[in-house]
Structure formats: structure tokens, C-alpha cells
Ligand binder design. Structure first.
Ligand SMILES: C[S@@+](CC[C@H](N)C(=O)[O-])C[C@H]1O[C@@H](n2cnc3c(N)ncnc32)[C@H](O)[C@@H]1O
Length: 221
């Protein structure tokens, strides 16, 4: 077989890095379904949409909550200018190991999004321009949702943005409805976008202008 026909015969094979990403994701999801809260890694189309909150100029600091195998991280990284910081806080240690091997450009912290302020202090970060999250918000108890969202709002600069990637199906869960109400109570502007070409359809929240703590009125949560 010459080089040309060898290339042709492998053209339809998936890229080994993608195979490895899916293998790691499925193996981890099988062991910890609630921690992952998703059936597959996010598609690159969804990642590109979500990553639009990331500034392409200056020296922004972007924090990703729950980078998993790094599907969103790649979309973020493609936009980031030179000198930016991109920190990922990931709870699952197998995924942390995967990220450290396959996405060496990401500052990965093995930790819990609930410890956002401590993580930022440890990394000597005092301002965050964007927070991108794909943790399973609708499965989190009320006080945990409050605790993490409050820290996100406090960490963001006034013109900063927060985005949460969830699934349309999460809106049928009590936790998903509460999360939506909490976003409205924490940010001045909350927009939604649905990506139907994803399984299940993805629902993104895009939130801007975090409210000061005295203005965050959480009702009927
Ligand atoms: C739905 S997966 C998303 C993974 C990836 N960002 C993607 O879009 O394919 C959720 C990720 O959040 C992580 N996670 C869940 N709860 C977390 C928490 N409290 N702190 C940090 N990471 C968390 C899970 O381990 C998992 O990697």
C-alpha cells in the first residue's frame, strides 16, 4: 500500500485524540453518572457557541467550572489572546489526569467549584473576566447552587460574563427551574440560547452584569 492509499484508507477513521476523549468520558460517566450529568462530551459546534463569552483582546482571565475531557476548553482556547489565563476547576481526578496530559495549556486545578474563591486566591487571581460552566447545576442542592453562583458573581468584573451549559431536559427538573430563577436573581441580564443540533438539545444561559450582594433577591427558590 503506498502513502496515498494508506491516507485514503484512514480518512474515515476518527482522530485518535477524539477516540481517547470519548473513551475517558464514557468510562468516567459509567462510574460517576451524577457527577458528570451528561451522556457525551460537548460537540465542537456547541463549544464554539459557548466560547463566545470569552474576550479575544487584552489579557483576560477565564475560569472553567467542570472542564471534563476539555471539549469546551478547546473552543475557549482558540479565542484566547496571548497572555490570557485559562483555569479549569475539575472535581474528578481521572479527568484531571486526562486534561493534564491532553490539554497542557490549561491551568487545571483538582477541586470543587464550591471552592472557587479559595482556588482563585491560591492562584493569585483577583479578577475574572468570564466564567464558563458545565457542571450539572440542576442536580445540585439549593444551598450549593447559591454558594457557587454567589462566588461566581463576586469574582467577576462588572462587565464580566457567566455562561452555563445545561440541557433543555434540565428545565423539567425542579433543580433546573430553581437554577434559572437564581440566575435571574444574581445577574442583571440573562439570555438563553438553544442548540438543537446536540443530543440532548443544549440550553445555554448567558449572564452579564453580576448584581451586588444586596441586590440579589432570590425568591421562591
Ligand atoms: C457535563 S460534564 C461537562 C464536561 C465538559 N465541559 C463538556 O462540556 O463536555 C460536567 C463536568 O463537571 C465536573 N463537575 C461536576 N461537579 C463539579 C464541581 N462541583 N466542581 C468541579 N467540577 C465538577 C464533572 O466531573 C464533569 O467533568
Amino acid at each position: 500500500m503506498n502513502a496515498h492509499s494508506a491516507r485514503r484508507s484512514t480518512r474515515w477513521l476518527p482522530d485518535p485524540a477524539t477516540v481517547d476523549e470519548y473513551r475517558t468520558f464514557f468510562a468516567t460517566a459509567a462510574r460517576n453518572p451524577a457527577m458528570l450529568g451528561a451522556a457525551t462530551p460537548t460537540s465542537s459546534a456547541v463549544a464554539a457557541t459557548v466560547a463566545q463569552v470569552v474576550p479575544t483582546t487584552g489579557t483576560p482571565v477565564v475560569v472553567e467550572l467542570g472542564p471534563g475531557t476539555g471539549s469546551l476548553s478547546c473552543g475557549i482556547q482558540e479565542r484566547l489572546p496571548q497572555g490570557a489565563r485559562h483555569v479549569g476547576i475539575e472535581l474528578n481526578e481521572d479527568l484531571v489526569a486526562h486534561l493534564r496530559t491532553h490539554k497542557p495549556w490549561l491551568e487545571v486545578v483538582h477541586g470543587n467549584a464550591e471552592e472557587l474563591h479559595k482556588v482563585l486566591a491560591d492562584l493569585q487571581i483577583d479578577r475574572v473576566d468570564a466564567v464558563v460552566s458545565s457542571i450539572p447545576w440542576s442536580l445540585l442542592p439549593d444551598d450549593t447552587q447559591d454558594h457557587i453562583l454567589g462566588q461566581v458573581a463576586d469574582a467577576l468584573v462588572p462587565h464580566g460574563a457567566f455562561t452555563a451549559l445545561t440541557y433543555l431536559t434540565a428545565l423539567y427538573r425542579e433543580g433546573g427551574k430553581k437554577f434559572r430563577r437564581r440566575l435571574g436573581a444574581t445577574f442583571d441580564e440573562v439570555l438563553t440560547h438553544t442548540t438543537w443540533l446536540n443530543f440532548p438539545p443544549a440550553l445555554h444561559y448567558l449572564c452579564r452584569r453580576p448584581l451586588s450582594v444586596d441586590k440579589r433577591v432570590i425568591t421562591s427558590a
